[in-house]
Design a protein around this ligand. Structure first.
Ligand SMILES: Nc1ncnc2c1ncn2[C@@H]1O[C@H](COP(=O)(O)OP(=O)(O)O)[C@@H](O)[C@H]1O
Ligand SMILES: [Mg+2]
Length: 477
């Protein structure tokens, strides 16, 4: 269960959504916090620049030593000041206080303080900890600047002033915001997890239903179909395609069942006849040599019929496999001449003509095409009364196609029969009689062969109007 969940589409989509959302939120928060800090530093730098102007202004005005107790009076509230001599030594400094006047740690100044130590301004840490931090600016003052570090002590010269402003109030806000943002981000991600679980559960339900239906169909419940709610959604398209595959499978299974039933039936009739005659002989009932002769003839005849049926079934099975046929130029004119010659011998009472005659080449398998002609001609001989004229013709059509026609002026067929004659094992009413000899496979073989060549077969017929079978085939390139 756990492993299935880990690999599932739902889990992967959810992890993706959560990661994307978390990444997006962290990026937005980071950008706004960094922006806020940069802005804090800009504000501090502006305050320090103002302090520098004030200090420089006062120093220029004042020739007397600066009173260290009055250092704070030089600059705006909350700004730390250190006075540094030529050797980088701090000679006087203010205590550091926050905006409420509470004392706090002073910024860490290096000892000695180098020249231009904080020009441009820089960020310093304080003694106690990384927080509070300071923004510092140093600048030189004129050569006459002196300070009296304590009342009554001699004045000392200084050359550099360092002013610094605590970043703490702003940084407090930043740190508070980081905490608040983190909490809000986590809460939002929790919400997204819950929501996306729900949305994905509902959104992926059709896929689960599909899997269940497909499993049921595979397990043999072949009538089941997937319900398609929205045909044009991606899931709907998959469902429609699957339903079509199920339909197709059901259809071909039924076809196969029908085919096997028909084939068995077709073979059972001659087998019954053969067994009947054999048993007659075994029970000693066929003593008469004339009767024995008849039994043998019947057995031979039925075996031959079975043989023909099996051969036809094998041929159909081979054509069904869809293996490509030989594709050589075949002279249909020659095939027609041979087939017509055979037909005249078989049934001398029927005038068989070639119309139109001539050399027409098709691209295909000679043996199979001979079989097409034979099946069509033997039907024309079999299903027409004596003396019926039959004509066979070949023609090249425009556009790389050739046409073979077998026409008879026999009784023709009603439309309901004509519609079904290309079905396997279908036989017309008048030809059901086993003595007629057909199996109902002849025209389906013609159709399979024509289609295996990339061609077609059609019939034009009406009762009393004769029948015309037309096969189209590709011409050699
Ligand atoms: N030329 C034709 N004239 C009338 N009916 C025909 C003709 N050719 C075929 N048929 C009908 O089509 C059916 C199917 O033909 P076919 O597939 O060759 O099977 P079979 O000849 O074994 O019966 C025949 O049983 C017959 O009823
Ligand atoms: Mg036939």
């Amino acid at each position: 269960m756990a492993a299935a969940w880990r690999g599932s589409l739902r889990a992967r989509l959810m992890v993706g959504v959560v990661l994307l959302a978390a990444g997006g939120m962290v990026a937005v928060n980071a950008v706004s916090l960094i922006g806020l800090r940069l802005n804090l530093i800009d504000v501090a730098d502006a305050t320090l620049a103002k302090a520098r102007t004030t200090v420089q202004h006062r120093m220029n005005d004042q020739a007397a030593p600066v009173n260290s107790a009055g250092l704070n009076s030089l600059i705006p509230d909350g700004v730390y000041v250190a006075l540094v001599d030529d050797h980088g030594k701090v000679v006087a400094q203010t205590p550091a206080r926050d905006l409420n006047g509470q004392p706090r740690a002073r910024p860490d100044l290096p000892s000695p303080v180098p020249d231009s130590f904080a020009d441009p301004p820089r960020t310093l840490s304080a003694k106690s900890a990384p927080v509070p931090r300071y923004r510092a600016l140093s600048f030189p003052v004129g050569p006459s600047a002196t300070v009296r570090p304590a009342p009554g002590t001699p004045p000392q010269r200084f050359s550099t002033v360092v002013v610094a402003k605590s970043l703490q109030p702003g940084e407090d806000v930043v740190y508070w915001l980081i905490g608040a943002d983190a909490a809000a981000t986590l809460a939002a991600l929790g919400g997204i997890v819950l929501l996306s679980r729900g949305v994905l559960r509902v959104g992926l339900r059709p896929l689960r239903d599909m899997a269940a239906t497909a499993k049921a169909v595979a397990d043999g419940d072949i009538d089941q179909r997937i319900e398609v709610a929205r045909r044009h959604s991606e899931v709907g398209e998959v469902a429609t395609a699957l339903n079509r595959a199920f339909d197709e499978r059901q259809r071909s299974e039924e076809q196969l069942r029908q085919f096997v039933a028909n084939a068995s039936h077709e073979l059972r009739t001659p087998l019954t006849t053969i067994r009947g005659w054999a048993q007659l002989h075994l029970h000693g009932l066929a003593q008469d040599p004339e009767l024995i002769e008849r039994a043998m003839l019947r057995i031979e005849g039925e075996a031959a019929r079975m043989h023909a049926t099996v051969e036809e079934l094998l041929l159909l099975a081979r054509l069904d496999q869809g293996r490509p046929l030989a594709g050589a130029p075949v002279n249909l004119g020659t095939l027609v001449k041979e087939a017509v010659g055979d037909a005249r011998v078989r049934d001398p009472g029927k005038p068989v003509t070639v119309e139109p005659a001539g050399e027409v080449f098709a691209c295909g398998d000679e043996d199979r095409l001979r079989q097409v002609l034979q099946n069509l001609l033997s039907n024309a001989l079999r299903y027409t009364p004596p003396g019926t004229p039959i004509s066979v013709g070949t023609r090249a059509l425009p556009g790389d196609t050739v046409e073979l026609t077998v026409r008879d002026q026999g009784p023709g067929m009603p439309p309901e029969t004509a519609e079904r004659i290309f079905e396997r094992f279908y036989r017309g009413e008048e030809s059901r009689d086993p003595a007629a000899g057909g199996t109902g496979l002849g025209l389906s073989i013609v159709k399979s062969i024509a289609e295996a060549h990339g061609g077609t077969v059609t019939v034009r017929t009406a009762p009393g109007k004769g029948s015309t079978f037309t096969v189209t085939l590709p011409a050699p390139r």
